[in-house]
Design a protein around this ligand. Structure first.
Ligand code: UDP
Length: 323
């Protein structure tokens, strides 16, 4: 298929672009490079530098390219930042995203695969979380993604645009060529590995008084190549809808640090810090629906393999995409 990948210079979009091309698809990456990196765009992909806020450019690119499908990764994604600057999240993740949908309709694109998130569930009542859990986000990031899911449903009803909203749990790990490089970095695994690389003195654990066995927050860490596989399968989803992408297993902040100590052989000093606003204590996903309906078969079963892949990438690219 000929696929338009919005946000293909970012962490998940870059690995997904590589995966799609490896599997015979043709990709055009559209990215503002505000948080993405030019070197994170697979060399085999076409590249358009642009912002989704620029509706004329989005429509022109979409009409000219004659795409069969869209993948939409372009968004701000930091829970903490969304709590201090919510408008930034609603403008980009919702308003600019609508330009992409209007362009899809104008260019008669059949289907869109959207990067949604487990943050749309807020503080779930039943763990592991299924797609029928109520969605009550506790931060503007999650709210912006939920708003876009609802808008997708109406573009489907009104215009017949097919969609798959993939609710990721914690994207992590790296492919051989593409990994996580944010500036500033806020995510747990890359920061832990920066300690092992000697770039930071210690890791701060945000809160050890949660209602979890060791008091630190529990997340479900899913490898980006497993996410990439799900995106490709979602191009042929049997119906429009929502799918969780997680492993069904959770690891606490302390457990992640222990695995990273094992993988890197570094002591990784850790300190307790106050809770971070907007963090739910426990998010673990049930992905049975994606397995059943999309035929998704995740390959990365455990956190050691995930952290090993991220560690390998950071050894290969010690300064991220800077070099
Ligand atoms: N976390 C932490 N120290 C850090 C970064 C993150 O303790 O320096 C915690 C964070 O509070 C959350 C978990 O690690 O409980 C995962 O956070 P991350 O930002 O990686 O992903 P999120 O779950 O927010 O999408």
């Amino acid at each position: 298929m000929k696929i338009f990948v919005a946000g293909g210079a970012g962490y998940i979009g870059s690995a997904c672009t590589e995966y799609l091309i490896d599997n015979g698809h043709e990709v055009t990456v559209f990215d503002s490079l505000e948080t993405g990196h030019r070197d994170a765009v697979d060399k085999r992909a076409e590249f358009i530098e642009g912002n989704l806020a620029d509706k004329d450019l989005v429509v022109k690119s979409m009409v000219e390219g004659k795409f069969e499908a869209i993948m939409h990764f372009a968004a701000y994604s930091l829970v903490g930042e969304s709590m201090t600057d919510p408008g930034k999240y609603f403008r980009n993740n919702v308003a600019s995203g609508i330009n992409l949908l209007d362009a899809a309709v104008e260019a008669k694109v059949r289907t869109i695969v959207f990067s949604s998130t487990c943050a749309t569930y807020g503080e779930p009542e039943i763990i592991p979380i299924t797609e029928s859990e109520k969605q009550c986000p506790i931060n503007p990031y999650g709210e912006s993604k939920l708003a876009f899911e609802k808008i997708l449903k109406w573009y489907h009803e009104v215009y017949g645009l097919e969609y798959a909203a993939l609710r990721y749990f914690n994207a992590s790990g790296a492919s051989k060529n593409f990994g996580e490089d944010h500036s500033p970095e806020t995510h747990l695994i890359p920061i832990v590995l920066q300690v092992a690389q000697g770039k930071r003195e210690h890791i701060m654990m945000f809160g050890d008084d949660y209602d979890t066995p060791d008091g630190t927050c529990i997340r479900d860490y899913i490898h980006i190549l497993d996410l990439a596989q799900a995106h490709m399968l979602a191009l042929n989803a049997p119906r429009s809808g929502h799918y969780n992408l997680g492993t069904g297993k959770g690891l606490s902040v302390k457990e992640i640090i222990d695995v990273a100590r094992e993988v890197t052989g570094h002591p990784i000093p850790a300190q307790i810090a106050p809770r971070r606003d907007g963090d739910p204590p426990r998010l673990i996903g049930c992905a049975d629906l994606a397995k059943k309906e999309l035929g998704w078969k995740p390959q990365y079963e455990n956190a050691n393999d995930i952290i090993q892949s991220a560690w390998d990438w950071s050894q290969k690219y010690p300064n991220g995409y800077e070099n």
